[in-house]
Design a protein around this ligand. Structure first.
Ligand SMILES: Nc1nc2c([nH]c(=O)n2[C@H]2C[C@H](O)[C@@H](COP(=O)(O)OP(=O)(O)OP(=O)(O)O)O2)c(=O)[nH]1
Length: 145
């Protein structure tokens, strides 16, 4: 049976907006948008991998929240898992340091304005369903209500 390797993608939410990152490589993925993240290394937990990848790729100090239920197949042997994440207080703003050439914070009405990788579309859809209105309480609804 072939081994599968988990790629963790971050649903990094700040101020009610979701961060999308445009890949600069490899050529077959360049120009398409994804959730920043990367491969979980052997012996590493998914949340540790996520924090490491966000530091390397974006230069931010982030913390993982919880996993979005689901798993999406990528090019074999990779599968995509998504975790919610947020910036820790005092974190730098994200910059496209590695693997990406542009970043966008997408508000609720802008989520589908970018050309997500095909395989990310169901993952982003599920992430939005999981988060509700981008991580915050519904308008007019008390937190925790
Ligand atoms: N990070 C990330 N990778 C994705 C997504 N969707 C998708 O197909 N991929 C693919 C692109 C890559 O083939 C693979 C993850 O590669 P990566 O380049 O982000 O991971 P990495 O930083 O650990 O890679 P490496 O350069 O160290 O080998 O998964 C996504 O939403 N986020």
């Amino acid at each position: 049976m072939s081994e599968r390797i988990v790629v963790v993608g971050a649903a990094l939410v700040d101020d009610g907006r979701l961060l999308a990152a445009r890949r600069s490589a490899p050529v077959e993925l360049a120009g398409r948008w994804e959730l920043p993240g990367g491969k979980v290394e052997p012996g590493e937990t998914a949340d540790t991998a996520l924090v490491r990848e966000l530091r390397e790729e974006l230069g931010v100090d982030a913390e993982a929240g919880g996993r979005v239920p689901g798993e999406w197949p990528l090019k074999s042997p990779y599968v995509l898992h998504v975790w919610t994440a947020r910036l820790r207080p005092g974190s730098a703003a994200p910059k496209p340091l590695e693997d990406h050439d542009e970043l966008r914070w997408l508000g609720p009405d802008e989520i589908w304005d970018v050309d997500w990788l095909d395989q990310d579309v169901p993952a982003v859809r599920q992430t939005l369903a999981h988060l509700g209105p981008l991580g915050g309480p519904r308008r007019g609804e008390a937190p925790g209500a």
